[in-house]
Design a protein around this ligand. Structure first.
Ligand code: PHE
Length: 492
C-alpha cells in the first residue's frame, strides 16, 4: 500500500517536474539506449573476431562484472545525488562534501570526451545510412568481394558524401534532444527501443536460418585462452567501458533525472545484462551470416561494412534484411548519440541560462565541426597533416586515442571519488541497500576497479615491452595513495 502511495506521489510530482523522468523505469530504458549502440553492433563483433572469439568474450564479461557494474553504479549515483549536468553536479557535490576541487576533472573531462566521441560517432553512424540505402535499393545483390570492398573505399574517399550523412545523423540527434527530456528523449526511446529489439530478433532468426549458426556459436563460446593476446585483453577492457557508456557524463546526466526510489544496483545490473546480451545476439547474427558464406571473422572494422554486406549479397532476401539490419544500426547509434548531447547541452542550459534548443544547437554544431576532422581523415587528410607529422596518426586516430585515455581515466576518477571522497551518509542514502552488499561494492569501487583500470591504463600508455611490473606497481601506488591517508583521517 505504501509503495503504491509512494509510486503515485512520484507520478504526480514528476508530471509537473521537467527535471525527472516521467516513469520509474525510464532511466533503465534511457541507459540501455545509451549503452546499446555502435559499440555492440559494430565494435564488439569485430574485436571478438580479431581476438579469437570466446577468450575475448570471457575477459570482456569478467570486466563488465567486476569493473563495469560497480562504476556504473557509482556514476549513476553521482547523477542522482547531484540532480544536475555532470559539470555543475560535480561542483555541488564537491562543496557539499568538502572535497578537493581537482575532482571537478570528472565533469570537465567527461564533457570533453562526450564532445569528441559524438563528433566521430556521428560520422561512422553515417556510413550505416549509406549502407541501408545501398541494401534496400538492391544495388549490392550478387556483387563480388572486389566490388563491395572498393565501394567502401569509395565512400570513405568522398568527403561530400561523408559530410552529408554526418549532417543528417547529427541533425536528427539534435532535434530529439532539443525537444526536451520528456517530449524528445523519452518519447523517442519509448518508440525506438522496442522496434530495435524486434529488428535484432528478426536478423538473428534470419542469420540462424540462412547462415551457419553452429559455427558462430562455436566461435563465440569456445574458450581458448591462447587465442587472446595482451592487446586483446586491453581491448576487452576498453570495450567494456565504451559499451556501458562509462566515464563520459552520459550516465551521470541521465542519472540526474532518475527516480529517487529505483535501486542503483538492480538497475546497473539490468543495464549490463541487457547490453551484453544484445552484443552477443549481434555477434551470433553477424558471424552466422559471415561463416555461412565462407567468409573470415577477423576483418577488423570492415567486418560490418564490407564482410557483412558481402554475406547479404548472395542470400535470398539479403537486400531487404541487410537494409533492415543497417536501420537497426542507425537507430541504436541514435539512442546513444542523444545521451552524448545531453550532458554538455545540460551544462550550457544551467551555466548560461540559455534555452534548450539553443544549448543543443551549440553542442551539435560544435560536434559537427569537429566531426569534419574525422571526415577528412579518410580522404584529403589521409596523410600529410600535422598530426601525421607529430604522432604518425590521422586526426581521427588522435581523437579516438584521446577518448581511449579519457574513458578509463574518467572511470577511475569516478570510482575513487565515490569510494573515498563522498560522505558515507550520502552514499548510503543513495544505495539503499544491505550492509553486506554496500561493503562489497565499496571494496570493488575503492580497490578492485581502480587498480584494474589503472593497470590497463598504464599498460596501454607505457611503451611496448615494458612488461607487467611497472603498470602493476603504478596501479598499486595510486590506489594506496587514496587508501592510506584515508585510514588516518576517518574511521569508516
Ligand atoms: N555505449 C555506446 C555504444 O556502445 C557508446 C557511447 C559511449 C554512448 C559513451 C554514450 C557514451 O555504442
Amino acid at each position: 500500500m505504501s509503495a503504491v502511495i509512494a509510486n503515485n506521489t512520484y507520478w504526480m510530482n514528476n508530471m509537473s517536474n521537467p527535471k525527472i523522468w516521467t516513469h520509474k523505469g525510464t532511466f533503465l530504458l534511457a541507459a540501455v539506449g545509451s549503452a546499446v549502440g555502435l559499440g555492440n553492433l559494430w565494435r564488439f563483433p569485430y574485436l571478438a573476431g580479431e581476438n579469437g572469439g570466446g577468450a575475448f568474450i570471457l575477459v570482456y564479461a569478467l570486466t563488465i562484472a567486476a569493473v563495469g557494474i560497480p562504476i556504473l553504479i557509482a556514476e549513476t549515483l553521482l547523477g542522482r545525488a547531484s540532480r544536475k549536468s555532470p559539470i555543475m553536479g560535480m561542483k555541488d557535490l564537491i562543496s557539499a562534501n568538502n572535497s578537493h576541487p581537482a575532482w571537478k576533472t570528472i565533469g570537465w573531462m567527461g564533457a570533453l570526451a562526450a564532445f569528441i566521441i559524438l563528433s566521430f560517432y556521428s560520422v561512422i553512424a553515417g556510413w550505416a545510412i549509406h549502407y541501408s540505402g545501398l541494401m534496400f535499393s538492391g544495388s549490392l545483390s550478387g556483387a563480388s568481394a572486389e566490388v563491395i570492398s572498393s565501394g567502401f573505399d569509395e565512400l570513405l574517399a568522398s568527403p561530400g558524401l561523408l559530410v552529408l550523412y554526418h549532417s543528417i545523423f547529427m541533425g536528427v540527434s539534435i532535434l530529439i534532444v532539443g525537444m526536451g527530456i520528456h517530449k524528445g528523449i523519452e518519447n523517442g526511446l519509448r518508440f525506438m527501443m522496442p522496434a530495435l529489439f524486434i529488428i535484432l530478433m528478426v536478423v538473428v532468426i534470419y542469420g540462424a536460418i540462412e547462415g551457419d549458426l553452429s559455427a558462430a556459436l562455436n566461435f563465440l563460446f569456445t574458450f581458448n585462452i591462447e587465442d587472446l593476446s595482451l592487446e586483446g585483453w586491453l581491448d576487452a577492457m576498453g570495450q567494456s567501458f565504451f559499451t556501458l557508456s562509462l566515464g563520459m557524463g552520459a550516465i551521470m546526466a541521465y542519472g540526474a533525472y532518475m527516480s529517487p526510489e529505483s535501486s542503483l544496483t538492480r538497475t546497473a545490473i539490468s543495464i549490463a545484462i541487457v547490453d551484453t546480451l544484445i552484443a552477443l545476439l549481434a555477434g551470433v547474427a553477424i558471424f552466422s551470416l559471415v561463416f555461412g558464406q565462407g567468409l573470415e571473422a577477423g576483418q577488423g572494422p570492415g567486418l560490418m561494412f564490407v564482410t557483412l554486406p558481402l554475406a547479404f549479397a548472395d542470400l535470398p532476401g539479403g537486400g531487404m534484411l541487410g537494409g533492415v539490419f543497417f536501420v537497426l544500426v542507425i537507430g541504436a547509434a541514435l539512442t546513444s548519440a542523444i545521451s552524448l548531447v545531453e550532458p554538455v547541452a545540460g551544462y550550457f542550459i544551467e551555466q548560461f541560462k540559455i534555452s534548450r534548443p539553443k544549448a543543443v544547437a551549440l553542442m551539435g554544431g560544435g560536434c559537427w565541426l569537429l566531426g569534419l576532422l574525422t571526415v577528412f581523415s579518410f580522404n584529403i587528410w589521409s596523410s600529410g597533416t600535422i598530426t601525421h607529422d607529430l604522432f604518425g596518426k590521422s586526426p581521427f586516430d588522435v581523437l579516438e586515442f584521446m577518448t581511449n585515455i579519457m574513458m578509463p581515466l574518467g572511470g577511475v576518477l569516478i570510482a575513487l571519488f565515490v569510494g573515498w571522497s563522498l560522505s558515507r551518509d550520502m552514499v548510503k542514502a543513495q544505495m539503499m541497500t544491505t550492509a553486506i552488499w554496500l561493503s562489497c561494492w565499496q571494496v570493488l569501487v575503492r580497490y578492485i576497479a581502480p587498480t584494474a583500470v589503472t593497470f590497463v591504463f598504464l599498460r596501454t600508455l607505457l611503451p611496448e615491452g615494458t612488461g607487467y611490473y611497472l603498470p602493476t606497481l603504478g596501479a598499486v601506488v595510486i590506489v594506496a595513495s587514496f587508501a592510506i591517508p584515508h585510514k588516518f583521517r576517518s574511521q569508516d
